[in-house]
Structure formats: C-alpha cells, structure tokens
Design a protein around this ligand. Structure first.
Ligand code: 5GP
Length: 205
C-alpha cells in the first residue's frame, strides 16, 4: 500500500498567546511524532537562542534572495523582521510520510491555507484578551512600543480565527498540548484522508 503523505500541521495564533511555549512543550515529550520545521528569520538571536535550533538566523539580503528563489513556503514581515518557512524541508519530510509541525504567525498561516488547503490549521487562542495583555507585558523582554504594536496586531489576528479548522484555548500548556495531539490523531482518521488510501490500494497503486 502506498505510504500516506505526512500531515502539514500549522499552529498559529496571536502574538503572546504562548505558541512557542506550547510548541516547546510538545517537542519535549518523548512520544511526539511530528517533525518541527525550523524557521528562518532576520531578527537577531535572543540570549540563549541557537542558530539552526531555534531559528536559522539570516541577513536581510540573504532572506530576500530566498524569497526570489521561491525557497520559502510562506514568509511574513512581523514587527520589522522577516520570518519564513523553508519549503524543501517541508516537502521532503511530508513526502517521506512524516508529519511536519509549523509554529508561525497568522499572515504566514493564511498563505499556506491557499497553497496547501489539505493542511491542518489550528488556532491557539488566549483565555481572554486581558490575560493576553498581562502575558505580553509580563514577559518583560520588550519595550512598551513593541508591546503596543503586538497588542494591536493580536486584535487583528483574533479576527482571523475563521481561517482555521480548530481553536485550542491555551489555558494550561499541558491541556493545550493534549488537545493538539488529539486533533492530529482525529485528523489522520478523517474519512477523506483514509478513503484516498483505500482507493489507491484498490487501483493497485
Ligand atoms: P519571535 O520573534 O517571538 O520568535 O516570533 C515572532 C512571531 O513570528 C511568532 O508569532 C512566531 O510564531 C512567528 N514565526 C516564527 N517563525 C515563523 C515563520 O517561519 N513564518 C511566519 N510567518 N511566522 C513565524
């Protein structure tokens, strides 16, 4: 029987909602079976971040060259920097039958929605906007201007929820991870996906 192509899992949501924390928790669990796609960015590395682990850190010119060469599945400008997903890694991993997990902001997610509509789109939502604000400020690593810009962006992003298949509230990191894992299991059992495999088998593919 033909090997099923991997599932493209896109986790997105407002800035400060905890996408990074949820993603790190998922990938710290030994039974997580998804491959994390490391993004490229032109932002400077924060303390403790490692090139090739947290991000591939690039100069602006190098990033723009990758855009021109169509080496990115999606990219976005976010708070003055470029962020993008290297396309080759995603395609090779999916072709090998493994699930790929992206953790990206919402502009990038909507680009992928158009290019890969059979992906699984999960919106990570804050328990409430006031909690979102206190989390943004509480992180303590950003200036007030940056925080204000991020809150404005987050309001717009919330309106974009309708582009997604599922909404996962990030009330507790572990609960959010459990919900995401359950959604992925269910998605693999979706009739449309399974049926394709059976039809291919009957055709002898
Ligand atoms: P940070 O600078 O805090 O690491 O990330 C800022 C935002 O960029 C976060 O919302 C993060 O999810 C998003 N992001 C990280 N990698 C990518 C990517 O490859 N593409 C897009 N569109 N957004 C990304």
């Amino acid at each position: 029987m033909r090997k099923e192509r991997g599932l493209l899992i896109v986790l997105s949501g407002p800035s400060g909602v905890g996408k990074g924390t949820v993603r790190k928790e998922l990938f710290s669990q030994p039974d997580t079976n998804y491959e994390y796609s490391i993004s490229m960015t032109t932002r400077k590395a924060r303390e403790g971040e490692v090139d090739g682990v947290d991000y591939f850190f690039k100069e602006k010119e190098a990033f723009e060259q990758l855009i021109e060469q169509e080496k990115l599945l999606e990219y976005a400008q976010y708070v003055g920097n470029y962020y993008g997903t290297p396309i080759d890694y995603v395609n090779e991993t999916l072709d090998a039958g493994r699930d790929v997990f992206l953790e990206i902001e919402v502009q990038g997610a909507s680009q992928i929605r158009e290019k890969a509509p059979d992906g699984l789109f999960i919106f990570l939502a804050p328990p409430s906007l006031s909690e979102l604000q206190s989390r943004l400020v509480g992180r303590g690593t950003e200036t007030e201007d940056v925080i204000a810009t991020r809150i404005e962006a987050a309001n717009k992003e919330l309106e974009m929820m309708n582009l997604y298949d599922y909404v996962v509230e990030n009330d507790e990191v572990q609960l959010a991870c459990d919900r995401i894992n359950s959604i992925v299991v269910a998605e693999h059992c979706r009739r449309e996906r399974v049926e394709k495999q059976y039809l291919a088998m009957l055709k002898g593919e």
